[in-house]
Design a protein around this ligand. Structure first.
Ligand SMILES: NC(=O)c1ccc[n+]([C@@H]2O[C@H](COP(=O)([O-])OP(=O)(O)OC[C@H]3O[C@@H](n4cnc5c(N)ncnc54)[C@H](OP(=O)(O)O)[C@@H]3O)[C@@H](O)[C@H]2O)c1
Length: 338
């Protein structure tokens, strides 16, 4: 049970992104322990007698009317004055861009996770779009494989790349990085947060320390960037995952971190600032890397009907999402028949 971990619509702001970690973990518990799984319920801040009735109804699996949501097979519910509401994933129609102008990067853009598998695709897109300076922080800094090659490649677009050493999970290091950029007269105009630690383990084997470690790079990094950049930016983009939307076995900590990112974007948007979270399906690697955990479900994606996304299509989708100033979308290549 949570309070304020989910939003049921524009008039119902999400207030407690930390509690969304419970939702991310819960969706994985549901897959790993279906026989023991109960469900997720988000309560209103001031529960009254109707809340208690609806909670009892949900727990005893009795349908109580409300807005479209009975219980029965529902395991992700919010109790609100309007009734008992059940979570749904729906197809997103293409919106008409609000400004009519495509989103364009400019000045200094902070790209975390820029030296990872997906980062170079994002860096190329930002450079093509006109960013003058890309800051790619990481624990390895310029020592990260591929950093020098990417710098040389993107210099051709007139984009300067820097690779500061920074552990984003550490607030002081992140603060120093941002203050340094301000002091140099190159304040951040936009953020793309794609740093992550992806470690897989079933919930009943993962230690609290390992769980916290996996959550930290992604969620603590996002939390620090949101707090330290509490001002309007051209974009504040969080790279999230479908694992945080519908869960994925062995992805407990990772799913929690992604659900947190999604919630954080809603809360930032609720503060009147631009914020976008994208729950990606798995991207197709540029060069084939032998999978570290071959044999896990992650590598039977075609069989599951969620083939890998072509990176160029993913980048096209990302551009559309920013053109439309969306807050939260999932982008996955889904074989619906399967
Ligand atoms: N790959 C996919 O198909 C896929 C699918 C869905 C979502 N996503 C999301 O997309 C993003 C990029 O994924 P990826 O596959 O490219 O990841 P990746 O290859 O594992 O790269 C991770 C990156 O994050 C950085 N990083 C990790 N911990 C950090 C920390 N504490 N502080 C600063 N930087 C840190 C790493 O640099 P250092 O090691 O130098 O710190 C590296 O650049 C992630 O958020 C991931 O969850 C990816």
């Amino acid at each position: 049970m949570t309070t304020g971990a989910v939003s049921t619509g524009p008039d119902d702001p999400l207030t407690a992104p930390d509690q969304a970690l419970v939702w991310g973990t819960g969706m994985v518990a549901a897959l790993e322990h279906p026989a023991r799984w109960g469900g997720l319920v988000d309560l209103p801040p001031q529960p009254d007698h109707r809340t208690r009735e609806r909670l009892c109804a949900a727990l005893s699996r009795v349908t109580t009317g409300g807005t479209g949501a009975g219980t029965g097979t529902e395991d992700q519910l919010a109790i609100r004055p309007a009734g008992l509401l059940a979570r749904r994933l729906v197809r997103a129609p293409r919106r008409t861009p609000r400004s009519g102008h495509p989103w364009q990067p400019r000045g200094t853009v902070l790209l975390t996770g820029g030296t990872g598998a997906i980062g170079p695709h994002i860096a190329r897109w930002l450079a093509r779009g006109g960013a003058d300076h890309l800051v790619l922080p990481g624990r390895r800094g310029a020592e990260a494989p591929g950093a020098a090659e990417l710098s040389t490649e993107l210099a051709g677009h007139g984009t300067r790349l820097t690779f500061p050493v920074c552990d984003l999970a550490d607030r002081e290091q992140t603060e120093r990085l941002l203050a340094g950029l301000e002091a140099q007269g190159t304040p951040v105009t936009a953020v793309v947060h794609a740093a992550a630690r992806i470690a897989l383990a079933p919930l009943d084997t993962v230690s609290v320390a390992e769980f916290a470690d996996t959550v930290a790079a992604k969620a603590a990094g996002a939390r620090h960037l949101d707090a330290l950049l509490d001002r309007e930016l051209d974009a504040f983009v969080l790279f999230s995952s479908i694992a945080g939307v519908w869960g994925s076995g062995d992805h407990g900590a990772y799913s929690a971190a992604n659900a947190y990112l999604d919630a954080l974007a809603h809360r930032r948007r609720g503060r009147g600032l631009t914020a976008t979270t994208v729950d990606w399906g798995v991207w197709r690697p540029r060069t084939h890397r032998p999978p570290a955990d071959a044999g896990s479900d992650l590598f039977n994606l075609e069989e599951h009907g969620v083939p890998r996304i072509d990176p160029e299509r993913a980048i096209t989708a990302l551009q559309q999402i920013l053109d439309d100033d969306e807050t939260h979308l999932a982008v996955a290549d889904v074989d619906w028949e399967r």
